[in-house]
Structures are given as structure tokens and as C-alpha cells.
Design a protein around this ligand. Structure first.
Ligand SMILES: Cc1cc2nc3c(=O)[nH]c(=O)nc-3n(C[C@H](O)[C@H](O)[C@H](O)COP(=O)(O)O)c2cc1C
Length: 255
């Protein structure tokens, strides 16, 4: 059954919903929009675009929240913040407030996903953070002893007990069936965290460990079919950067 319902009394037949539906499952008949039989990905565009508030999606509560557009944000400020952002590897001993965690995850929830699959999940390590880090540390120390043929860099570094999470108070493992969706969602999460004064480290090393260690994967209790895509180490930075870093020239061509 199509999850879309159109209130015919409210519908004025403007066809905005019909034209905007990416799955072509709405049509106009006798001056009113109608939902077709199948193919709806429940993206909510019809609900969002309707000037009459005539559309509802049965699978979701529809709260008629007004839109705030990106153009209302100042692009210079946004770009400047994006260029100033740095990976943070030194954190204050200060917890992240629950309200901020909620906002961070809400940003991830609203990231686009292919086919509107929304198949990204977030695991806060919480009470198991120290245990998870200990597993990773043991794994990397073992790798180091074995000569680390895989990671040349492991030979030169000191793997302290806080090597992975750097004493940060919050670690969120982003997982999904699809790498792209989960990576994009991570980026949303990161930007929101930074806008809240927090610093973020993507721990690629943690991801390596999750790929190797069954024990770690068991601890994570990920949803079925999910794999770790990113591990986001988050907290208040205890370092401050004074200038923007140089970058390689943009690789771009116009065909
Ligand atoms: C997917 C990904 C994995 C990363 N993994 C690690 C990591 O395990 N440890 C670390 O210290 N930095 C890690 N980084 C941070 C990069 O080293 C960092 O982004 C890069 O040096 C550029 O610095 P910037 O983020 O401050 O611009 C990772 C970054 C990304 C995007």
C-alpha cells in the first residue's frame, strides 16, 4: 500500500507534488493529486512541498515544521568554519552534554541516504568505551610486536592506553550497510559537533580494529548486516589552532 494519503478537500491540484516526486508515484486526476500503488520511497517531498498541507505519510508523524533554508545561513561564515576545522587529538576532561549529543545525532538522521534507505546507525560506546579501547590497544600492540608489515607507521609510534580515543568523553561508531550513506551521515555529525564547540577525530584505526577483531564487533552489537564505517571521537578541544592549514590545489576539471 502507498504510505501517502492526500486530503482531497485540501488539495488544490497544483501538481507540485506530482512534479517533485522522484519515484513518479503521484498523479493528477480530476484536479486532485492521487497516490499510485507502489514505488514510494517515503522521502517526504510531496508532504514538504504541498502549499495546502494536504499530504500525510502514514509511516511517520507529520508535524508541519516550517522550513529553514540553507540560504539563510551565511555562506562566508560556513566556508570559513569549514576551512578552519581541524582534526582534534587533544581533549578536555569535560563531558559532552546530552542536549548536544541529541543535536549531533539529529543532524545525522537528516542526512540524505540512497533510496531514502536511512540505513545508518549510531553506537555510543558509553560504558563500554574503555573496554573497546583496550581491545584496540592490545590488537595494535600485538601488530607492533609482529613487525607490523601492514602499517609501517606502527613501528615508530607509542601505543598508549588512550591511543585510540585520546581521553575524549564521547565516541560514536557510525555503521551501515552502505559505506556512502554512513560516511555522509558522519560528515553531518561532524559539522554539527563542531558548530557546538566540540572537536572531532575520525578514528580510522578503530575501523581497522573492527575489521579484524570479532571480539570488538561483538561488543558493538551492530544491527544485522551493518559494518563500522566511521568511528567519531568527540569532546571539547584542549588545543586551539591559530591559522588555516595549506592544502593541495583543487583537483577539478570541467568537461
Ligand atoms: C576516514 C578518516 C580516518 C582517520 N583516521 C585517523 C586516525 O585513526 N588517527 C588520527 O590521528 N587521525 C585520523 N584521521 C585524521 C586525518 O589524519 C586528518 O583529517 C588529516 O591529517 C587532515 O587534517 P585535518 O582534519 O586537521 O584537516 C582520519 C581522517 C579521516 C577522514
Amino acid at each position: 500500500m502507498n504510505p501517502i494519503t492526500v486530503n482531497e478537500e485540501k488539495c488544490i491540484g497544483c501538481s507540485l507534488c506530482v512534479n517533485d516526486c522522484p519515484s513518479a508515484c503521484l498523479y493528477l486526476k480530476n484536479g486532485k493529486a492521487h497516490a499510485g500503488k507502489s514505488g514510494c520511497i517515503e522521502c517526504g517531498h510531496c508532504y514538504a512541498i504541498c502549499p495546502q498541507g494536504a499530504i500525510r505519510l502514514s509511516s511517520y508523524p507529520c508535524e508541519d515544521e516550517p522550513v529553514v533554508s540553507m540560504t539563510e545561513l551565511d555562506s562566508e561564515t560556513l566556508l570559513s568554519a569549514m576551512r578552519s576545522r581541524r582534526t582534534i587529538r587533544h581533549f578536555m576532561d569535560k563531558p559532552v552534554e546530552e542536549e548536544k549529543i541529541r543535536k549531533i545525532l539529529e543532524a545525522g538522521r537528516y542526512c540524505p541516504t540512497g533510496g531514502n534507505s536511512q540505513n545508518v546507525s549510531y553506537t555510543i560506546l558509553g560504558s563500554r568505551q574503555a573496554e573497546a579501547e583496550a581491545i584496540c590497544v592490545a590488537l595494535f600492540r600485538r601488530g607492533q610486536k609482529l613487525g607490523a608489515p601492514l602499517v609501517e607507521f606502527l613501528k615508530r609510534i607509542q601505543i598508549s592506553d588512550s591511543f585510540f580515543f585520546k581521553g575524549a568523553p564521547l565516541v560514536i561508531v557510525v555503521s551501515g550497510k552502505d559505506d556512502v550513506n554512513a560516511a555522509l551521515a558522519s560528515s553531518y555529525v561532524e559539522i554539527m559537533a563542531e558548530s557546538l564547540g566540540l572537536g572531532v577525530l575520525y578514528s580510522g584505526f578503530f575501523r581497522v580494529c573492527a575489521g579484524i577483531s570479532g571480539k570488538l564487533r561483538k561488543l558493538l552489537e551492530l544491527p544485522k548486516g551493518h559494518k563500522v564505517v566511521t568511528c567519531m571521537v568527540i569532546g571539547y578541544p584542549s588545543v586551539k589552532y591559530q591559522r588555516i592549514v595549506p592544502r593541495k590545489d583543487l583537483q577539478m576539471k570541467r568537461l
